[in-house]
Each structure stands twice: as structure tokens, then as C-alpha cells.
Design a protein around this ligand. Structure first.
Ligand code: GLC
Length: 428
């Protein structure tokens, strides 16, 4: 079997094994989704599900559509879409402790995830041209982006803000270490130190009166403009603008969404771009400074049209394709190999501290293609397929030797199905 076929077989098997459907008594509605991993992540997670829908397009378009409909079934009347949707009544009781979360109305987390859902809707719509489905999913997706603009825009920067590290989905990335007070933890203590810091943050926020709209900015515990979250948000606004046009919504909606997307791109350039090093860094709004740890999110804005070609080419040439930083044997590490915190072998047991992740590769593959680096994009796609062929659909992989780490039968690693290279690649 070729590498591509073997990777695809792992991906299909995972999408099949992780399928969950039923009726939730707590939510009073049916659900139909793909869980991130049967053993460790049994519920519906927002950005995972969006990636699953993109992969499912290559397997079963009915399930791809149901995945998004299920997810958007969790949007509240105010427009909030939670990071986690705990549909299954029998599994929910243990979840609060396991996942360190506060729940909203018993079955949704009060936290957000990067809004990948707009990109997923566009992908699924392009494959199905199902207008009825689009008319159903577009209103809740627009509502969520409106909610983010209303409740999460930082007054000073115009960027979207998060109030705890896991709202970016990049939980224990070392870019948050200093803000969490764990930057001097030795490698073998990072995992416990991170969990302790998260517990105290969540305990400080916790209150029976907490809702998704509870203002947390003024608590000044963790207020953050994350480059990945804002890139995904700006990209999502651009997707929604195109979809609004397709769905025949009034022209003003599409124009406004495009304008908002460009405004985020411009704000990333103004506040997060560092001309000296040629990369993007997050803003810690409590400390009032940029946290200049070089991670995969420093590269992500190459995706956005509103980021000038000069900046994008510097990111690619100086960092992404730099063998001492991100262009490792099995790219792309979530942290540059030049960072002291780089943990390629998962020795810390903490995620996003150096391992390669298929979802980040999927976005960066698109970024490379859109910036004209087609051969490099093909190489990245081929190497990502090789990771999955060698180690199965694991949560993440060593960028040095391709060993798989973290959860098994992991859903979004099935994105390899979508990483079809357009030209002959090194594996063939
Ligand atoms: C971890 C990740 C988060 C992901 C979830 C399910 O909590 O940090 O990004 O959504 O697992 O895969």
C-alpha cells in the first residue's frame, strides 16, 4: 500500500470509529457528530468538529453536513458557540472534573474555541452545493461571529480576546508560560504546573452566576490577543462574506464581513507583527506587552489576503522553511526548534510545546499554496501523510522522528484526506 493510501485508510477508520449519534435529554435534541478520540475526548469539540466535517467531505457528505448542524445546534439565543458540547447524558457527570471546565446550562462549556466553523461550512458547501443546508447553518454561524465581535473585541486593539489559554485550543503552548507564572518550571514539572495554574484561573472565574457573557476583562487575570484565534476569525469572516453572497443575503452583509476581516488583518499587522524578527506574536493585555515566543501561530497570518506579501514571504523564508526552526524532518513543530521550551518528544506530557499537529499543517499548507509556494506545500502534505501512515491518527507527532503522541484514533488527523497534493510528491 502506498503512503497516501495507508494514511487515508487510517483516517477513514478513525472517522468511522469516532462517529457518535443519539438523543440528548439535557439538550432536548438529537446529535450526530465525530468525537476527537473515543478514549480521551468523547464529546463534541467545536474546532475539532469543524476539521472533522472538512475531512468527512471525502468520506460521507451527509455526515459532514450533520456534523456542522449538530455543532451549531449548541449555539445559544445570544449567539454563543461553546468550545465543548457535552451531548451524552451518561458521560457528562465525570466531565467537569476531567476537563477542568465550567458548564453553561449543564451541557455546554462557557468557553470558546477558534471559530473554524465558517471555513468548514464553506468547504462542505463547495462539495455539496446544498443550498437548503447552507440557509440553515449560515444564520447561527453569523450569530456566533457577531457574538465574538460584540463580547470579545479588545477596545484598544480591535482584536478578539480570550480569557484562558485553552480558548485558543493551544492549551499548554509555552507562549502562555510567563502569563501563567510557570516560565521557570523544569521540564518534568511543566505538566503539573500548567494544570495548577489553570485550576486557579478557573476557580477564580467560577461562580454560579457565570454565563458566557460574564465580563472577565476587568478581572485582569488573563486577557490575551492570540494570533491563531484572530487569524482563524479573520479567515472565517472572509469565508462568511463569500457564503453570504452565495446565499443571496443583502450585499451590505457581505461587504461588512469583508471589511471586518480586513480590519483584523490590519490590526494583526499593527499590534502583533514584529518587523525585527519577521513574525507575529500574541499580545498579553494584562502585562501590556507582546510575548515573543516563536510558535506555529506566529506563522499562521500568511493565510490572510490582508497581510501584505512582503510580511508573508518573510514569515515563510525566514521561519517556516528554516531548518533550524520549523522545517524539521517532520514539520511543522508547534514551537520553533530554536526555542528553549521546544519539546519535540512530548517529554513534558503537555500539548502544543513542540509536536507537529495535522490541523496546523492543514492551515499552513493552504497558506503556502496561496502565497505561491506550491512545491513546499506539496512536500508538507506528503510529510503529513507520512506521519499518519507511520504512526496512525495520533493527537500529535514528533517533528524529529515521527513518533505519535497523545490520544489515539484522533479525529482531526484525518484532515490528511484533504491534503491532496496537486503534483508528484516525494513519496511517489
Ligand atoms: C485539547 C486541545 C483542544 C482540543 C481538545 C479536543 O483540549 O487543547 O484544542 O479541542 O483537546 O481534541
Amino acid at each position: 500500500m502506498s503512503i497516501a493510501d495507508s494514511a487515508a485508510a487510517h483516517a477513514r477508520d478513525t472517522l468511522f470509529r469516532n462517529h457518535r449519534s443519539g438523543f440528548s435529554r439535557a439538550a432536548q435534541r438529537p446529535y450526530d457528530f465525530t468525537c476527537p478520540s473515543p478514549d480521551t475526548y468523547p464529546f463534541q469539540w467545536a474546532w475539532d468538529s469543524s476539521f472533522h466535517a472538512i475531512a468527512l467531505v471525502h468520506v460521507d457528505t451527509r455526515r459532514a453536513r450533520d456534523e456542522i448542524r449538530s455543532l451549531l445546534g449548541a449555539v445559544t439565543p445570544t449567539g454563543f458557540l461553546p468550545h465543548m458540547v457535552l451531548w451524552q447524558d451518561d458521560l457528562r457527570p465525570t466531565a467537569t472534573a476531567d476537563f477542568r471546565i465550567d458548564l453553561w446550562q449543564g451541557w455546554r462549556s462557557v468557553t470558546i474555541a477558534p471559530p473554524v466553523v465558517a471555513r468548514a461550512i464553506e468547504h462542505v458547501y463547495r462539495a455539496t452545493r446544498d443550498d437548503l443546508w447552507l440557509r440553515r447553518v449560515l444564520p447561527p454561524a453569523l450569530a456566533f461571529f457577531g457574538w465574538l465581535a460584540e463580547h470579545r473585541t479588545s477596545p484598544g486593539t480591535g482584536l478578539i480576546e480570550i480569557y484562558q489559554p485553552d480558548e485558543s485550543g493551544l492549551d499548554s503552548s509555552p507562549k502562555y508560560d510567563a502569563a501563567l507564572g510557570i516560565e521557570s518550571a523544569p521540564e518534568d514539572a511543566v505538566h503539573d504546573a500548567w494544570h495548577a495554574a489553570m485550576r486557579s484561573l478557573i476557580t477564580a472565574y467560577s461562580s454560579p452566576a457565570r454565563t458566557p457573557e460574564t465580563p472577565l476583562r476587568d478581572r485582569r487575570l488573563f486577557v490575551w490577543n492570540d494570533v491563531l484565534v484572530n487569524t482563524v476569525y479573520a479567515d472565517g469572516l472572509a469565508c462568511l462574506a463569500r457564503l453570504a453572497r452565495t446565499a443571496g443575503l443583502d450585499g451590505r452583509t457581505a461587504a461588512r464581513l469583508t471589511e471586518e476581516s480586513h480590519a483584523i488583518g490590519a490590526a494583526l499587522m499593527r499590534h502583533c507583527w514584529d518587523e525585527t524578527t519577521g513574525a507575529f506574536y500574541d499580545l498579553d493585555l494584562v502585562a501590556g506587552k507582546r510575548r515573543d515566543v516563536l510558535t506555529a501561530s506566529s506563522l499562521l497570518p500568511i493565510l490572510l489576503d490582508s497581510v501584505p506579501a512582503g510580511a508573508a514571504h518573510r514569515v515563510v523564508e525566514d521561519h517556516l522553511l528554516n531548518e533550524r526552526e520549523f522545517w524539521r524532518p517532520h514539520p511543522i513543530p508547534s514551537v520553533a526548534a530554536s526555542e528553549p521550551s521546544y519539546d519535540p518528544s512530548f517529554r513534558t506530557g503537555a500539548i502544543f510545546r513542540g509536536s507537529s499537529w495535522v490541523n496546523l499543517n492543514w492551515y499552513l499548507h493552504q497558506g503556502l499554496r496561496s502565497r505561491g509556494y506550491r512545491a513546499e506545500a506539496d512536500t508538507l502534505a506528503a510529510r503529513t501523510r507520512a506521519l499518519v501512515a507511520a504512526s496512525g491518527t495520533r493527537e500529535c507527532y514528533s517533528p524529529e522522528d515521527a513518533t505519535g503522541h497523545g490520544a489515539r484514533s484522533f479525529g482531526w488527523s484525518s484532515l490528511v484526506l484533504d491534503l491532496a497534493a496537486s503534483t508528484a510528491t516525494e513519496e511517489d
